[in-house]
Write a protein that binds this ligand. Structure first.
Ligand code: 5GP
Ligand code: 5GP
Ligand code: 5GP
Length: 209
């Protein structure tokens, strides 16, 4: 059962492939710290309910305070880079994620704990290594949904939901991965419900970055 103050059942840890954020009609901007590594970055850690709904913007009094995560800033730049335009330092993206999603998990995380948990969860997965060990490489080639999901399941122990977007030519490409995390925020679990989304199709591009 839920603790009294808890208005969600699990989290999505959402990772993004920077090559696919950038490889669209809209394009992208590198952060002030420079081009991020060619690896999956964090989009967010999102409290979610078993019925698919989710709380958001839960505490207007808990505005993002960068000084509370000063020891995490270099890790955030490396592993949670912003690719939105115009070029900025990432504080806007992190602040948006904390205020929209993080403040809804105040029963388990303060601001520092929220960012630290997302960073540690991402590190535990090693998604890119799981893919490349199975021959699924970010080289502009095409793969099936089963190849991608199978490689990640084999290498990490967990099967994500795969979200695709479209490159400039309209090809479906690997954009975001959704992993499910317990309500305590400390372990991966099977997803109680999958995000609603469009099918990726039978050929999925994995663009270089
Ligand atoms: P989009 O419309 O791009 O899919 O989602 C916009 C934003 O809504 C996301 O970045 C995220 O903040 C939020 N969002 C979309 N789907 C979900 C979901 O299934 N769970 C949660 N917690 N937030 C979501
Ligand atoms: P959501 O509400 O969808 O969790 O967060 C997406 C918001 O963060 C949008 O306003 C988007 O412009 C901004 N944003 C900044 N940097 C990034 C990024 O690298 N990836 C994504 N997906 N959104 C970003
Ligand atoms: P099933 O779960 O019955 O195999 O698939 C039902 C539908 O959901 C199929 O169209 C399949 O392609 C789609 N699907 C299954 N897993 C994913 C996923 O991770 N991402 C996306 N976008 N579609 C999926």
């Amino acid at each position: 059962g839920r603790a009294a103050a808890q208005d969600y059942d699990f989290f999505y840890l959402v990772l993004q492939w920077p090559g696919s954020y950038c490889d669209t009609k809209q394009s992208c901007c590198y952060p002030k710290s420079g081009k991020p590594a060619a690896d999956f970055g964090i989009h967010g850690l999102w409290p979610n309910r078993d019925d698919g709904s989710y709380p958001q913007n839960c505490n207007p009094d808990a505005a993002f305070n960068p000084s509370k995560v000063s020891d995490l800033l270099s890790s955030l730049r490396a592993k949670w880079p912003t690719l939105a335009c115009p070029t900025n330092d990432g504080l806007r993206f992190w602040g948006h994620e904390w205020e929209k999603h993080g403040t809804c998990a105040a029963d388990v995380f303060d601001e520092h704990g929220y960012f630290q948990a997302a960073l540690r969860l991402r590190d535990r997965l090693g998604v890119l290594a799981a893919l490349t060990s199975a021959g699924v490489n970010p080289d502009g080639g095409y793969y099936t949904l089963d190849q991608i999901k199978g490689a990640i399941r084999e290498g990490t122990g967990f099967e994500p939901y795969v979200e695709c977007n479209r490159d400039e030519a309209g090809n479906s490409q690997l954009y975001q991965l959704y992993f499910c995390v317990s309500a305590a925020g400390d372990s991966f679990v099977e997803c109680p419900v999958l995000p609603r989304g469009r099918p990726c199709g039978s050929r999925i591009e994995f663009p270089a970055f």
